[in-house]
Unconditional design. Structure first.
Length: 317
């Protein structure tokens, strides 16, 4: 059953009417089919009008949609013979970050993905996609492994941010994130990063410091969540919508600023309406970006990443 967001209520009402008509039994099936067709055209038009002018806050809601495809879905569809590797070889395993070896369209690679979970049980298992230090140290281990065996790295970002709990801070959360960013910059192999949902603060950039950084059309990427920003500036999370606009967290804003390289168009109504379609689109973009990067040596790849992030933020100012 599809979940609708608050601003999608008119669309939800029309789709409910369509489902109701489809389940009617009547001798006048022709008229019912015509009415269903008319309503489907109306839904399509309303979807196009609504999603053509989404506000930043509405994009945050779409990026957080519970039925949006997650990291594990991309791995299942795009990576053959995926072999997960667990643990940071120091403290333990962190299920918020999934990583391992596999083959992407024939090319051996390392994959690192943040996973939120699809239902309450898996969300708890994956800590709602919020990694602890051991998650980032696992990512560092995988990045070093990729460099040792000359394997390109694909990262998939979807997190509200790194876990802010006391135990995470006690185990060196900030240091782990900083070291993960450094490991990305130092890797002598291509790194392609894609924000598939939320890209929250250091929790995201820790594995998003790539040669190419992409965002899905309705994903968001921010230094802090809108709610967190509003709590600081307005002393109330009620101003989250204002914060979302001020933060310039949408893919369109960040492309103008030069923070990201490309936007992956989403299916009409969001990635959750056609998971297979959006995953295929992401795969095609990664393949196109990876091909020229594989021709560069390690020094050139590291220099390209360094220059990319030193110049970041200057465009569009």
């Amino acid at each position: 059953m599809r979940t609708f967001l608050d601003f999608e209520k008119p669309i939800a009402d029309l789709e409910a009417k369509i489902e109701e008509l489809r389940h009617l039994t009547s001798d006048d099936t022709v008229n019912i089919a015509e009415e269903v067709g008319r309503l489907e055209v109306k839904v399509d038009k309303l979807l196009r009008q609504t999603f053509a002018k989404l506000t930043a806050w509405q994009k945050v809601q779409v990026a957080r949609h519970p039925q949006r495809p997650h990291g594990i879905d991309y791995i299942a569809a795009l990576i053959d013979d995926f072999t997960p590797l667990a643990g940071d070889r120091s403290f333990g395993e962190d299920a918020a970050i999934i990583g391992g070896l596999g083959r992407f369209r024939g090319q051996s690679c390392v994959v690192i993905a943040q996973e939120k979970g699809h239902d309450m049980a898996t969300r708890i298992k994956h800590n709602f996609g919020m990694p602890k230090p051991e998650g980032y140290r696992k990512a560092i281990r995988l990045l070093e492994l990729a460099g040792r065996f000359n394997l390109p790295v694909i990262t998939l970002i979807d997190t509200a941010g790194a876990y802010p709990g006391i135990e995470a801070e006690a185990r060196g959360q900030a240091e782990a994130i900083a070291r993960s960013i450094d490991a990305c910059l130092a890797a002598p192999v291509p790194i392609i990063s894609t924000i598939i949902g939320e890209g929250g603060s250091g929790g995201a950039i820790a594995i998003a410091t790539g040669n190419r950084v992409n965002m899905l059309e309705h994903s968001v990427y921010s230094v802090i969540s809108p709610e967190g920003c509003a709590s600081i500036l307005w002393r109330s999370s009620d101003n989250a919508q204002d914060a979302a606009e001020a933060l310039r967290i949408t893919a369109q804003d960040l492309e103008k600023l030069g923070v990201i390289d490309a936007i992956v168009p989403e299916p009409l109504g969001g990635a959750h309406r056609d998971p297979g379609g959006i995953i295929a689109e992401v795969g095609t973009m990664i393949e196109d970006q990876l091909r020229p990067l594989l021709l560069l040596d390690g020094a050139a790849l590291k220099q390209q990443r360094r220059e990319k992030f030193l110049e970041m933020g200057q465009k569009g100012l």
